[in-house]
Design a protein around this ligand. Sequence first.
Ligand code: SF4
Length: 319
Amino acid sequence: MEAKLSMSPIKHQTGREQPESATTSGGSSMEPAMPDKKEKRFQTAFGCSREGLGNRFVYVVISPRARGLSIGINMNPGKDCNFDCAYCEVNRCQRSSEESLDVDIMCVELQKTLELVRSGTIHQQSLFRIAPPGLLKLRHVALSGDGEPTLCPNFSKAVQTVAHIRARSGSFFKMVLITNASGLDSPEVQNGLRYFTRDDEIWAKLDAGSQEYYEKVNQSKVPLEKVLANILFQARQRPLIIQSLFPAINGQAPSPVEIAQYAERLKELKTAGACIPLVQIYSATRPTPHSECGHLPLKILSGIAQTVRETAGLRAEVF
Ligand code: SF4
């Protein structure tokens, strides 16, 4: 079944997203080589190094898609999500130690973490000690975490707080909202996005071009049509980066027909006025609770990126 792009957003539903917990960039093998001890430590820093800072809500990772250091805010520590992606890394069988975001505590942690990064003290953390200096430059502060950030009940207050910290800090950092796009039209999120400038970004998930494949890979009750409408609504107001993860499910890549439909959806978005400066294409690389999910070879990911370029005329990169 094909999902058609609606030109006006459907109002007032909530949604949420996967953490920008980072993967290593596009490998060419289904079975990555075992890293030696030094590489392994670096790969951990490339992933989700949330320990070590003693924080409850603020963490630091080296993100390949950010091309450097990303300070993350766990907007949804209770792991709440309205998607159930086949490749999701979040283990919802394990209870989290935090139920919800405490904005006042996050505020203190963010200021402390920004200072750690700016002073260079973060380089002394064991996970970052061997990372190349170029990767230790702060690229952004990400509104992300263990669940979908737009489901955070105090989303607006959190964004306002980050914006105030930035205004007081004297040096600009970019804010990036990493979302599954299903809640971009909610009043709470709309309020929060008023604090975004043109330099801030939304990174929105789009993993499918048909409702049928969307139900297989994202397993959400929110229709794909609504996700597309929300992406269009936001991308008409500010540049929006598309994040597309294509896993191997039971060893199978998405079909050429599905990839063609996915590229068509992107073309429709662009034709309808969406500003999409980049499509990020990658695969599942980190362990997930779902054993049926694996990594797609670089050749397939490169082919998907090429289809996006040819069909939609958009910039597409493999990570
Ligand atoms: S289920 Fe999907 S959208 Fe939700 S947190 Fe996991 S990866 Fe993100």
